[in-house]
Write a protein that binds this ligand. Structure first.
Ligand SMILES: [Cu+2]
Length: 333
């Protein structure tokens, strides 16, 4: 019986391990969807560079911080225009929902130069940041929590972006283990786009960074003992948002920045959870207040800040995600 139990336990941990990471499964540009390849599967033409595994990149100086684990060139390029709406749809490895709800999401771009990005090696490329989001409001849930609910992360291309070939690197940081140095999980994903139009905007030299290079394992937003304190401020790692993309004077945010051009979205059509929408709360300050009012700030855990979530199913998935995260922390991964 004891033996049987230990098998059961190891099976459940194996399952947790498999389902507790993920990848960028789809990118939508102005309503047009581009599928990504499942990590490690036989590649089909895509605009998303395929990674080898759903596991996270660990370590801020890991070369795979560039575009994800052993990222491969993709065969296709997506057309885009300045100001386009992008939606990044992240999934768990078993095609369930994205399993994490703690940590920021950040978006970088780099130029592939005069030729298409299909064979562009970005390992020594200079990147600029166009967007970042942490908690949807002070004391509120992380925007990433909406991704765990099944919603995409929304990003808007800068409205003055100059035409050209670009990689767009959307990154989720899983900070559920960030209370320890080296505990952060990095999930970068690079997509190949070609931007049209006749704008002239771009970053300045001092806004450009290398990846890896822009982060350190001891950055306050990467090693973060207060990551589960909903009222703690959060310091984004990396450079500020490039000025032409909206800028970010301090580089620090408690999120909930209503002027942020992008955040995780929670389309209003779903199950009447009025408070949890990043995008609608951006355009409607009142719903931010509603969210804050209904959010209990004294709770320690990230899941605790989700009193806004009403439906039973949602609560269940949050708890499941939390248990996944706790199991991961327990396992030290
Ligand atoms: Cu994970």
């Amino acid at each position: 019986m004891k033996y049987f139990l230990s098998i059961l336990i190891s099976i459940s941990f194996t399952f947790t391990f498999v389902s507790a990471h993920g990848y960028l499964a789809q990118l939508t540009i102005n309503g047009k969807a581009y599928s990504g390849n499942v990590p490690g599967a036989q590649a089909t033409p895509s605009v998303i560079r395929q990674v080898s595994d759903i596991s996270p990149v660990k370590g801020a100086s890991n070369p795979d911080l560039n575009c994800g684990l052993s990222a491969q060139f993709a065969a296709d390029v997506a057309d885009a225009n300045p100001g386009d709406a992008l939606a990044f749809d992240w999934r768990g490895g078993d095609n369930q929902n994205w399993p994490h709800n703690t940590g920021p999401m950040l978006t970088y771009m780099t130029s592939c130069g005069s030729s298409s990005c299909t064979t562009y090696n970005s390992s020594s490329s200079k990147w600029f940041k166009i967007q970042q989001v942490a908690r949807v409001s002070s004391g509120g849930p992380w925007a990433q929590a909406a991704v765990m609910e099944g919603f995409p992360a929304n990003v808007t291309l800068p409205s003055t972006l100059a035409p050209g070939n670009y990689l767009i690197r959307h990154e989720i940081m899983g900070l559920q283990g960030a209370v320890s140095v080296g505990g952060a999980e990095f999930y970068p994903a690079c997509s190949q786009i070609k931007v049209g139009g006749s704008q002239t905007g771009g970053p300045t030299e001092d806004e450009l960074v290398l990846l890896p290079g822009a982060y350190s394992d001891t950055d306050p937003g990467i090693y973060d003992p207060n990551v589960y304190d909903p009222s703690a401020s959060y310091t984004f790692p990396g450079p500020p948002i490039a000025a032409f993309a909206g800028g970010d004077a301090s580089g620090t945010s408690v999120s909930g920045d209503a002027s942020e051009s992008a955040s995780a979205s929670t389309p209003t059509a779903t199950s009447g959870s009025s408070g949890s929408s990043g995008s609608s709360s951006s355009s409607n300050p009142q719903s931010v207040c509603k969210l804050q009012r209904r959010t209990t700030t004294s709770l320690v855990s990230d899941a605790g800040s989700f009193t806004v979530v009403k439906t039973h199913k949602r609560r269940h998935s949050i708890l499941t995600g939390l248990f996944h995260d706790l199991a991961l922390v327990y396992r030290g991964s």
